[in-house]
Design a protein around this ligand. Structure first.
Ligand SMILES: C[S@@+](CC[C@H](N)C(=O)[O-])C[C@H]1O[C@@H](n2cnc3c(N)ncnc32)[C@H](O)[C@@H]1O
Length: 292
């Protein structure tokens, strides 16, 4: 009886048999890849780049669930967090439907961010948001973090703000696709100008370079007589996990004397590079007059 080989074993064997790569480079083939809908994204070792298209064709051949194979060219640096990816094989149109946690996300997987490593955080947000809440997602993208909350809790109201018109177009499409338009309002533009004041009991800040202006906006968006929770993401070393408390404390002292930080907890979401982690810092903000 022959044991069933994994797609990766078949890819590797075929590349070896067909002598697509010099033998000493075979071990560098990626065993894992990111998958968003029907788009697979490889992170190729630079030594493999001269053969990137042939490699892409082989991954496509043995991964029938994919319509396109791409690879990650560089790091994501722009404000709109658009990844630097390149199509290697298959359909050049990389718009795809990604299904996760009972949600449907239409996205252009080549040009917009959707991190599989944030899956547990999406789950945690669903679990934490069971009450009839008012939530602002200041960095909504295509609804990555906040859309699942609306899908799983019909009593929440969400305002999602997104500055990139391409991501916003998919956010609007996803609101329709998931039938949450009574609950989810999408806003196109800069959260520094468009975040409502005195409305939310929870604010999602899923972005790595948050500034004090945005913390001030987030604090102002909370219901001023009640406070709420801010989930502020960040990238930092594993030795020094993200802790936004000092920055937020400064903003509170300058502009919100009636607010105080009750608790601040940080959890790791994923490792993004050796020694560098993506964290989320949950900050519970309350009014100084509250007895809670
Ligand atoms: C890295 S993505 C994160 C998406 C999602 N929050 C998550 O954590 O998976 C950040 C998104 O914030 C948007 N963005 C960046 N600056 C913004 C601003 N000032 N106002 C509104 N959206 C902004 C970017 O265009 C991008 O789509």
């Amino acid at each position: 009886m022959t044991s069933k080989r994994t797609p990766f074993q078949q890819i590797k064997q075929t590349i070896q048999d067909q002598k697509i790569l010099p033998a000493h480079l075979i071990s560098l083939l990626p065993k894992r890849w990111k998958r968003v809908g029907k788009v697979g994204i490889l992170n190729l070792n630079p030594e493999l780049l001269p053969w990137k298209r042939e490699i892409g064709e082989k991954y496509l051949e043995f991964l029938p669930e994919l319509k396109t194979v791409a690879h990650k060219v560089g790091i994501t640096t722009t404000t709109t967090r658009q990844p630097d990816n390149e199509v290697l094989a298959g359909e050049p149109n990389t718009v795809t439907l990604h299904k996760e946690l009972g949600c449907k996300f239409w996205i252009d997987a080549l040009n917009l961010t959707f991190s599989n490593g944030n899956h547990a955080e999406r789950q945690r947000m669903i679990k934490n948001c069971q009450e009839p809440e008012q939530i602002i997602d200041m960095f909504a993208c295509v609804g990555n973090l906040s859309l699942p909350i609306a899908v799983h809790n019909p009593t929440v109201k969400i305002i999602g703000i997104e500055i990139n018109p391409d991501a916003f177009m998919f956010l609007e499409k996803n609101i329709q696709e998931n039938q949450v338009k009574e609950q989810y309002q999408a806003v196109l533009g800069d959260n520094r100008k468009l975040t409502p004041k005195d409305w939310a009991n929870r604010v999602l800040m899923g972005y790595f370079t948050i500034d004090n202006v945005q913390f001030k906006i987030a604090l102002a968006s909370l219901r001023q007589e009640r406070g709420g929770i801010i989930h502020a993401h960040g990238l930092s070393s594993s030795r020094k996990p993200t802790d936004w408390r000092p920055q937020i404390q400064t903003v509170i002292e300058e502009s919100f004397p009636h607010l105080t930080i009750k608790t601040s907890n940080t959890r790791t979401i994923k490792t993004v590079a050796p020694g560098i982690n993506h964290y989320v810092n949950d900050l519970e903000i309350q009014t100084t007059t509250s007895n809670n």
